[in-house]
Design a protein around this ligand. Structure first.
Ligand code: ADP
Ligand code: MG
Length: 251
């Protein structure tokens, strides 16, 4: 079931077309990978959906058109995103970061005051993102991967049901990547998750569906097998053909 439907998204930067008529549909239960070379328009597409850049076309979530809505309105409609650089409150603890993300609308004082009991959603989320043992750790001293998980947790406690994650595993080691991949599938059980990523091994391991962008347009979309077997994808994205890959593997 599609939760978010984008039709013919176009973004122009002073005459340069960064996104050129993209259709994208995100469904519950799927980890949908957006791949493509640097400059393909992946981040700009996420920026458009989340209201950070102007676009033409249509973004509909739960039957509601979101084009032209303000950033905070789109966030409140349940669309959450992360950035290539994690944006957490470095001086606050893991629990405080989650508490703030959970409590949009509560007063700053009630949020920052040391509470006797953390809300259930915050406690559950710390478990889910593997940071239960770090509740009182300042976010600023978390490992790189843990900061990304915290940021994802902040979207979860904020009740986002569409998550757009921009290169979440960049800079992570193999174990952190594996943990992140499993977290994405856990999250996608009752949400739609889109992941912008370069790493082909990670994509093969964890993608339910793949959309390949090239020069602002969709080059191919489908299962990992369909996309990996597409000759244009091999040529444009991998910069190689199946035969060359096979030759390289046996060389
Ligand atoms: P990706 O995330 O796929 O690497 P981006 O969406 O960041 O690609 O960028 C797509 C293209 O749009 C690139 O050519 C980039 O230089 C250009 N671009 C991105 N943001 C801006 C901007 N604010 N002004 C002008 N050009 C931009
Ligand atoms: Mg990008």
């Amino acid at each position: 079931m599609s939760v978010l439907t984008c039709k013919q998204i176009e973004v122009d930067f002073d005459g340069f077309r960064a996104v050129a008529g993209v259709d994208l549909s995100l469904a519950l239960g799927e980890v949908h990978f957006l791949i493509g070379p640097n400059g393909a328009g992946k981040t700009t597409l996420v920026d458009a959906i989340t209201g950070l850049v102007k676009y033409s076309g249509s973004v509909v979530k739960d039957g509601v058109e979101l084009r032209g809505r303000k950033v905070h309105h789109i966030a409140r409609a349940g669309i959450g995103r992360t950035f290539q650089t994690a944006a957490v409150f470095e001086n606050l603890t893991v629990a405080q970061n989650l508490d703030i993300a959970a409590g949009a609308g509560r007063s700053a004082w009630s949020l920052l005051r040391r509470r006797r009991h953390l809300p259930e959603g915050v406690v559950d989320t710390m478990d889910r993102i593997g940071l239960a043992a770090h509740a009182d750790t300042p976010a600023g001293i978390l490992a790189h991967g843990q900061k990304q998980w915290l940021e994802i947790g902040m979207l979860l406690v904020g009740d986002a049901d569409v998550l757009l994650l921009d290169e979440p595993i960049a800079g992570m080691g193999p174990d952190e990547r594996e943990t992140t991949g499993r977290l994405l599938h856990d999250i996608a059980a009752d949400r739609a998750v889109a992941v912008v990523e370069h790493d082909m091994d990670f994509m093969r391991a964890f993608a339910s569906r793949v959309t390949v962008l090239h020069a602002g347009a969709v080059l191919a979309s489908g299962s990992v097998e369909q996309v990996a077997g597409d000759a244009r994808v091999q040529e444009v994205y991998l910069g190689t053909t199946e035969k060359e890959t096979a030759d390289a593997a046996t060389a």
